[in-house]
Design a protein. Sequence first.
Length: 482
Amino acid sequence: MKKAGETFHRMVRKALSRFSARRAPAATAAALAGAILSMLPLTGRAQYPTSGRLFTLQQSGPVSNRLNVVIFSEGYTTNDLANHFLADATNAMDNLFSYEPYQEYQNYCNVYAIAVPSINSGSTHPYYLTTNNTFFGSSYDPAYDYIITLPATGLVKMTNLVNSLLPQAGLPVVLVNDVLDGGGGGVADVISRGAGQREILCHETGHTLGKLQDEYDYGYPDLNLNIVTAAANTSQTTNPISWSAWITNGTPIPTPVNTMPAGTVGLFAGANYQTTGWYRPQEDCMMRTLGSPFCAVCSEALVKAIGQKARVPDNGNPATNGIITFTNLQSQLFSIIEPQPLTHNLANQWTVNGTPASGATNLTFLFSPGQYTNGNYTLKVTVHDPTLLVRTDPSNYLGGSLTWKLSVNVYQLNLDNIRLTSAGGFTFRASGNAPYGFVIQGSSNLMNWQALATGSLSGGLYYFTNATATRGSYYYRARLQP
Ligand SMILES: [Zn+2]
């Protein structure tokens, strides 16, 4: 926890530095789309214990296979919790999912709210010398009244709530009940419910979820923050470049600004608060200017971060553990469940022993044992995300597979090779698969059958001999023993 706190404070220090030279541009009004949850009727403290109360805002799949976003209440009294916390949390969720690439992958996310009561409403503002007694102890920064941070004790409280209520939390968001714009990112998003929430939340999630670094500078190389490790969206070198898969041949490296078509991915000088020594992928990006779209490289990193939490597919039916044995010719339907990106489909392919089954690209596959000889088979479905947002995914965060072990052991007999014997009788042969033996039966009318012999295959074969000729028509059959 200490280490996490230090990381958080380092992020805050970076964020603080940024605003010493430039305030964020005015944000657009938050889009308050989506259903507002009904107000809670009870307001007593018992409804909101300090041990936290968990609410579900969106459940798209199992917690084990989703990015679980958890929104904590900060600076909400019990009355505030009853009156508008869930509505505020829903607005925050809708704000996040209104911005790409979060929007495209919102079905890869579950969203929860954890309500904990504060004594006072709002956050602390040292700038105005106002102090509020709140659950996590959040505070705006004293210099610009913009950066919101939690003390180490607040981060411990957050961790304890996560551990007790939702250990699978993947993106913690501390929602501060204060209408003044502000926030921070790193270990957790800290975000007010001000009008600029959408842009700030999506930017800070770039830090917290995508582990992205800031792409802006201050126009002069004045800051030495001792950042030594590049993120997915920053580079200290002109070769190699971690996002080279996005750079078209012929693009000048480094890439001069204001010379390339909009959207060009290259290597632009200036990132991590420095004008030199650090490079960014595109001229502009959400990690550089609040409200701009994420650049291709940041977007790719965020999509992979979501995919890493929400491994596809979810599960299969029947279950994949154990061996599924086929002893008769009845077909079996196999199926999978997978989350659905908003505007494109995942690509599925079913294979049997590594060979793609023709046309088997859906969520289900019908396995017909009669099409296979007896033996063991591996049935596998591979899921691939063909999104154009990702070009490099060596860990295959966006794909996955499920495997079933099958054993085809169908019991059946063939009767053939009828031959006359020199003694005037005849023989015929039984072959196939009959581990529990069989009975040879005879009938003159196909209705009344009598047992003539019991047999079992030897080396896969059995010969029945009728020593003397039988007059007229007579019928033979073999019945498998169960
Ligand atoms: Zn970027």
